[in-house]
Design a protein around this ligand. Structure first.
Ligand code: 5GP
Ligand code: MG
Length: 463
């Protein structure tokens, strides 16, 4: 989980990168960074920090970046803890010039490559997998950067959406399976690359098109040039369906699909597969809202905001010494008694990960007078960890990995619990033949064949 942004040839490149990162903030809240180029002194200048985009950059920081080209990165929290998050974009000097690189995704064979490079004397300065690319690019011999990117990509397995900036151009790449999104846009004759269209929208850039799986797009003074990665010509595209379920912003369009519309359809499909005898449909904001709208529409039940989301919850807070029940969730969500009292409630959310938030929500709804609580989830049970960049916990922590639907219902104390089916999810995503998307988090059908390494243990903050 991460967001990447790049802008080539604009007098306010760094400021636009800053704005673009704001529109990608949902893809990572742990750290943010920008590297600017095209300055009079020809240097690549970098500013990084921990925390939200708005907190990492001051006006002075952006002015000091300067330049006419920039790439940026927002990072999601992962294991490894403090101090290791603010590492991207990388900015290095190679024998063939300066390079900056931002990566979204997760490489399945990073450890093997890293071990081999370290045995040969390479020195890594970060613990993650993304720096592997920097080394592979620096060691590649081909004169053209595009061919060096190809050479590096041929050695890695897994998910990578990359933006690479050099002195005379910028390159955007999606891995052959296209796990993570990347779109290409245009602004005043310059070019923009971004994880999602929400970033183009914010800065007023025009969408040109999505970068295709296995495509390398180069932008420079001559315009846009497209080539293919050649090492996996037959790879079947498998974009991440969980981007549509949860991760991407609903005002974005990725994988040539409107995220919002896909979520509404998931809710509609869920209502036909898992109807509930109830009085109102209530979303778990924000992630459950579009699916709840679809559920209400298809079931004919009224849609009601029964849970209010606070927009002012900081990421750190002082816990009261005396325990308050469901404290963490209460800070974020408040039940509206006038809506819930005496009602049979269908509560719709996009997914259940550990089940702890869902359990608190059910208790909160009952506490506010709901007579019955029927939980409906607009995706299948999340049973398997993701090796391609979604921050899932290990199998042991995924409640659906070890419990049946009935046991989960019991754990979250709902009157009933229903999940969307696999085929229903693909149908809603516009993929009735189930051939366009990776669904390994639901099915365990991993598609790169190299998922032997358990992902690092991570904290899910219950968003
Ligand atoms: P749970 O009941 O499993 O504790 O929490 C369910 C909530 O977690 C849902 O509202 C869902 O939107 C959210 N969620 C799903 N996947 C992720 C994730 O990868 N990261 C975070 N922070 N929240 C997630
Ligand atoms: Mg949620």
């Amino acid at each position: 989980m991460c967001g990447v942004f790049g802008i080539w040839s604009h007098p306010e490149a760094a400021k636009l990168a800053y704005l673009g990162l704001h529109a990608l903030q949902h893809r990572g809240q742990e750290a943010a960074g920008i590297v600017a180029a095209g300055r009079e002194d020809a240097r690549f200048v970098r500013h990084l920090g921990r925390g939200l985009v708005a907190d990492v950059f001051t006006e002075d920081d952006l002015a000091a970046l300067g330049g006419t080209h920039a790439i940026g990165h927002v990072r999601y929290s992962t294991a490894g803890g403090t101090g290791t998050e603010n590492t991207q974009p990388f900015s290095v000097m190679t024998s063939k010039g300066a390079l900056a690189l931002a990566h979204n995704g997760n490489l399945v064979n990073a450890k093997e490559i890293r071990d081999a490079l370290e045995r040969e004397g390479a020195i890594f300065s970060t613990p993650g997998d993304s720096e592997v690319f920097v080394h592979l690019l620096a060691r590649a011999r081909a004169p053209r950067l595009v061919d060096r990117v190809r050479e590096a990509a041929a050695q890695v397995v897994g998910a990578y959406t990359l933006i690479v900036m050099h002195d005379s151009g910028m390159i955007g790449v999606r891995d052959p399976q296209g796990f993570r999104p990347l779109v290409l846009g245009e602004l005043n004759g310059g070019y923009v690359l971004a994880s999602e269209t929400s970033a183009l929208e914010l800065i007023g850039a025009k969408l040109i098109r999505e970068v295709k799986p296995g495509e390398i797009v180069s932008v420079d003074q001559h315009g846009v040039h497209s080539e293919r990665l050649v090492h996996a010509p037959d790879a079947q595209p498998r974009s991440c369906i969980f981007e549509l379920v949860y991760f991407a912003r609903p005002d974005s369009s990725i994988f040539d699909t409107s995220v919002y519309e896909a979520r509404v359809k998931m809710g509609q499909q869920l209502a036909t597969e898992q109807p509930a005898d109830a009085d109102i449909v209530v979303p778990v904001p924000d992630s459950g809202v579009p699916a709840a709208l679809g559920f209400a529409e298809a079931s004919g039940l009224p849609f009601r905001h029964g849970l209010l989301r606070s927009h002012y919850v900081g990421r750190t807070f002082i816990e009261p010494e005396q325990s308050i029940r469901h404290f963490g969730v209460k800070l974020k969500l408040g039940p509206i008694r006038a809506v819930l009292e005496g009602k049979r409630v269908v509560v719709v959310d996009d997914s259940i990960v550990r089940g702890t938030t869902s359990r608190k929500i059910v208790a909160m709804l009952r506490g506010a007078g709901a007579k019955e609580v029927h939980m409906r989830i607009s995706s299948p049970p999340s049973r398997y960890p993701c090796f391609y960049g979604i921050d899932t916990p290990t199998r042991a922590e995924l409640i659906a990995a070890t419990k049946s639907v009935e046991e989960i219902r019991e754990f979250i104390t709902a009157d009933s619990l229903g999940y969307l089916s696999e085929s229903g999810l693909h149908l809603a995503a516009g993929d009735p033949d189930e051939e366009r998307f990776c669904n390994a988090c639901f099915t365990g059908r991993y598609t790169t064949g190299r998922e032997l390494i358990e992902p690092r243990l991570v904290q899910i903050d219950g968003r």
